[in-house]
Design a protein around this ligand. Structure first.
Ligand code: NAD
Ligand code: MN
Length: 497
């Protein structure tokens, strides 16, 4: 076994965790085992935190532009190894190669953006109310950050968290999803090769219940940055509340694309296909609901059906594949269960797909057909719950207000999209849609890293990743007052003198 499949605890790569090892399999072909990974436990978390805590003290003293050089080099290395990492990622989690290449590219973009922050990290300088007095705010590190990530963006999401955490001067304890530890290992190897201090960055693979929980309960982890389901996010928020840890949560979505009667239908069609079936629907920003203006509903549904039926399903490494497998057996069963629920609900009608693919070339993977329901109503479970698979629910709307009200009728608020050629309607949608991201004539997927990313309602807890907004998660503000008058000047009191 190579160093590729180890944990990094206290500057040492280890092959086995205190709970042994676990296997990482290819969801397109379960005979293909990517490797065995250490199943860490509380013991490793304790060591990792102690190491990160110690190393962070030195790291905090490294000038931010110097920290940035390491991050820039990590970006260069990601760029050099982009194709190789993308292939590994497709093998370990299934999405097609152009998407895994995009996932790595997002990491590269984030590296270069955050390297730039090494020479910015702006604070404020403000006039003081008293003479001969100076005021400013500066960003300081939080300390040791616990990073807990999902499997659907195995490189992009860890880089969204770890690069800003590092540029702000923090130490890292990183627990990747158990379905995608290999990409995480490659990322940490790159960080070390780029020059990150060995003891500062710790990689602790293992289960959420054991490793994740030990991180939540460790008092020296001052911050948890989590991306994953709303269900687990709640557990994390509760624990962090108990320990008064800062926590940034990016959770589920039930995103919708609206298509108005004045839209370019061909363009909206491309958007809907990419939004609903890209990454096999396993994106937090996936289009899970399509809200069609009644005047174009029938025609658009027909266009969609025709194209969705032709989607080529298979191994993501094969060039002709447009949609890969689901991540695992449990997810395949969940999707099948939602199809059953959808069929039984009121007047929803299954017009495409609905079945797991289990025969022939699909028999060794967790494949599922692109699935479309029409006649879906707002109250139905398939219109309300995050499914996280290639299942699209079509709802109809009378007009713009009805479309927006339908879009907003969800517990989530991550991404949203509207196709219209009417600028007034577009701006009304921008104002009235309740979501962290609104796209005009763009599908619900396609965020760029220089703007804030995150959601409202049950999708998030008020933090944002990406852009400069993420620095607010990974740094503490310190306000500094310097009085050079040589006497005691009392704020709010001596102001009239
Ligand atoms: P998940 O919530 O099951 O797991 C996420 C991570 O949390 C994993 O590393 C897991 O091991 C860990 N975890 C599980 N139980 C834990 C516990 N008790 N304590 C601490 N950690 C624990 O999510 P998933 O299945 O890996 O990912 C899919 C979900 O992620 C979807 O709901 C999706 O919408 C969401 N997601 C959200 C965003 C976003 O930015 N909003 C992005 C991608 C994915
Ligand atoms: Mn895997």
């Amino acid at each position: 076994m190579t160093a590729n499949f180890q944990a990094l605890i206290g500057g040492k790569w280890i092959k086995k965790g205190s709970l042994g090892t676990f296997k990482n399999i290819n969801p397109a072909n379960t005979d293909d085992i990517i490797g065995e990974f250490p199943a860490c436990g509380k013991e490793e978390v304790v060591k990792a935190v102690a190491s990160a805590k110690e190393a962070q003290k030195k790291w905090a003293l490294v000038p931010a532009p110097k920290r940035a050089e390491i991050i820039k080099r990590a970006g260069d290395l990601l760029s050099e190894q982009k194709e190789e990492i993308a292939r590994l990622m497709t093998r370990e989690m299934g999405k097609i190669l152009i998407e895994t290449l995009g996932d790595v590219q997002e990491g590269i973009d984030t590296a270069y953006y955050m390297a730039g922050e090494g020479r910015r990290m702006f604070g404020d300088t403000v006039p003081c109310e008293l003479p001969n007095k100076f005021g400013m705010s500066i960003r300081q590190p939080v300390g040791v950050c616990g990073i807990i990530t999902p499997w659907n963006f195995p490189m992009a999401i860890p880089t969204w968290k770890i690069f800003p955490a590092l540029i702000c001067g923090n130490g890292i304890v990183f627990k990747p999803a158990t379905d995608t530890p290999a990409t995480a290992v490659r990322f940490v190897e790159i960080l070390l090769e780029a020059g990150a201090p060995h003891k500062l960055v710790n990689l602790v693979p293992g289960s959420g219940k054991v490793v994740g929980m030990a991180m939540l309960e460790h008092p020296d982890i001052r911050l948890i940055s989590f991306t994953g389901s709303t269900q687990i996010g709640r557990v994390i928020a509760q624990k962090c509340g108990e320990y008064l840890k800062r926590c940034s949560l990016e959770m589920g979505g039930k995103n919708a694309q609206i298509v108005m009667d004045d839209a370019d239908l061909d363009l909206a069609l491309e958007g809907a296909l990419w939004g609903a079936f890209g990454t096999t629907g396993q994106r937090c920003t996936a289009t899970s609901r399509l809200i069609l203006h009644k005047a174009i509903a029938e025609e658009f549904t027909r266009m969609l059906l025709e194209r969705a039926a032709e989607i080529h399903i298979g191994d993501g490494l094969e060039e002709k594949t447009e949609m890969g497998p689901l991540i695992n057996k449990a997810q395949q069963e969940t999707i099948a269960e939602y199809v059953r629920i959808g069929k039984e609900e009121d007047k929803a009608k299954l017009i495409l797909g609905g079945k797991a693919l289990t025969k022939g070339k699909y028999r060794k993977g967790f494949f599922f057909e692109p699935t479309i329901f029409t006649g879906v109503k707002r109250h139905m479970r398939i219109a309300r719950e995050e499914i996280f698979g290639p299942v699209l629910s079509i709802l109809e709307a009378e007009n713009l207000d009805d479309a927006i009200a339908t879009l907003n009728d969800t517990d989530y608020g991550l991404s949203s999209s509207i196709y219209t050629r009417n600028v007034n309607k577009a701006f009304k949608a921008i104002r009235d849609i309740e979501a962290g991201i609104t796209y005009i004539n763009v599908p619900t997927i396609g965020a760029e890293i220089q703007l804030p990313f995150g959601g409202v309602k049950n999708t998030g807890n008020g933090h944002r990743e990406s852009g400069h907004a993420v620095l607010d998660t990974f740094s503490e503000w310190k306000s500094v007052y310097i009085d050079y008058s040589g006497k005691l000047q009392r704020a709010q009191i001596d102001t009239d003198k």
